[in-house]
Design a protein. Structure first.
Ligand SMILES: [Mg+2]
Length: 334
């Protein structure tokens, strides 16, 4: 990992960074102990490299007082989620950190410890990157590198009319978790708030499910910007319309409790983002195969709608009639 020559980091900070980041590269021979100008990586035979980058800014993508362990883990996990969306497996990553002068040794140690834990869990290593100092908020950028069998990458654009729309896990926990962490969900019990907060801080990249959907899903992406908006990307990519049955969207027990207490929160769940679940299309005839693949991957999936001719995304109520998103949340179209 280089530290920029023209940067304003102090020599002592270089040593600090080397101390915390070099161990993250220890098991990646191509990282050359972060001491060379660049890293080396051989694509596995018969596979295509898959690359994605995601950045996080303090105060925008994470709370400045979030535990540094979970900040590091979330940075890696949101990138792993992009690999999952393509059906890819991780190999390694490059990371650039812009740290403020008062980012101390304990913060860096905890940040790196979080990365080390999730590297071991998901099987990837730090390959290189850069470290600079900033007078602005802490900014972290990670470029993940993975691989997928040649020709097997899942894409956003392949849905066909008549395909079913599926989603993994539960939707809305991340957005409600942010509310819980900022004191806007206080009527919920402590246990429920803790579950939602943990889903906000530590999304679960669905790598096993993404890999299992190869040959089954006709289109796939991860939900980062909100379910409705991201389903819109799948619909637009296919030149089709999509319908989401609101009642079929899976909610965790604390999310269901929060929505029951205030129905406007359904809109928060469906549009809030930070879910990092997979949303995908598959032919209706493949429904049993999808369920079997999900069971093998150990990830629950739910059929939440379908694709048809037209354009745009329609959210429907329990009676099948379209709902409209207004100031009071979702309501029947007048
Ligand atoms: Mg994505």
């Amino acid at each position: 990992m280089s530290t920029s020559e023209e940067g304003d980091a102090l020599p002592g900070e270089f040593a600090l960074i080397a101390r915390h980041f070099r161990p993250l590269a220890a098991h990646a021979p191509g990282a050359l102990a972060l001491s060379d100008d660049a890293a080396l990586l051989d694509p596995p035979p018969g596979r295509t490299l898959v690359l994605a980058a995601d950045a996080m800014v303090a105060g925008v993508h994470f709370l400045p007082d979030d535990p540094p362990e979970t900040i590091g883990r979330k940075l890696l996990r949101v990138n792993l989620s992009d690999l999952a969306a393509m059906g890819a497996e991780p190999l390694g990553y490059l990371m650039t950190t812009a740290l403020s002068k008062d980012t101390g040794d304990p913060w860096l140690a905890a940040f790196a410890a979080g990365l080390a834990e999730d590297q071991a869990r998901f099987g990837c290593y730090l390959l290189g990157g850069d470290t600079v100092s900033t007078t602005g908020p802490v900014t972290l950028s990670l470029t993940i590198i993975g691989s997928v069998p040649k020709g097997a990458a899942l894409k956003r654009s392949g849905a066909r009319a008549g395909d079913a729309l599926w989603v993994s896990g539960t939707i809305g926990d991340g957005a409600l978790g942010l509310l819980a962490l900022t004191g806007r969900l206080d009527e919920l019990g402590g246990e429920g708030r803790a579950h939602l907060a943990s889903r906000y801080r530590l999304p679960e990249p669905r790598l096993a499910l993404g890999a299992a959907l190869g040959g089954l899903a006709t289109a796939c992406m991860d939900v980062s910007d909100g379910l409705v908006q991201d389903v819109g990307h799948l619909a637009r990519g296919a030149g089709l319309a999509a319908t989401i049955e609101a009642a079929a969207v899976p909610l965790s027990p604390p999310a269901a409790e929060a929505v029951a207490a205030d129905p406007t929160r359904l809109a928060t769940c469906l549009t809030g983002g930070d879910d990092y679940e997979l949303v995908f299309a598959a032919p209706e005839a493949a429904a049993d195969a999808v369920r079997a693949a999900a069971a093998r991957a150990g990830v629950p999936v739910a059929r939440i709608g379908a694709f048809g001719p037209g354009s745009g995304v329609t959210v429907t109520g329990a009676d099948g009639a379209p709902l409209r998103l207004g100031r009071g949340g979702w309501s029947h179209v007048a």
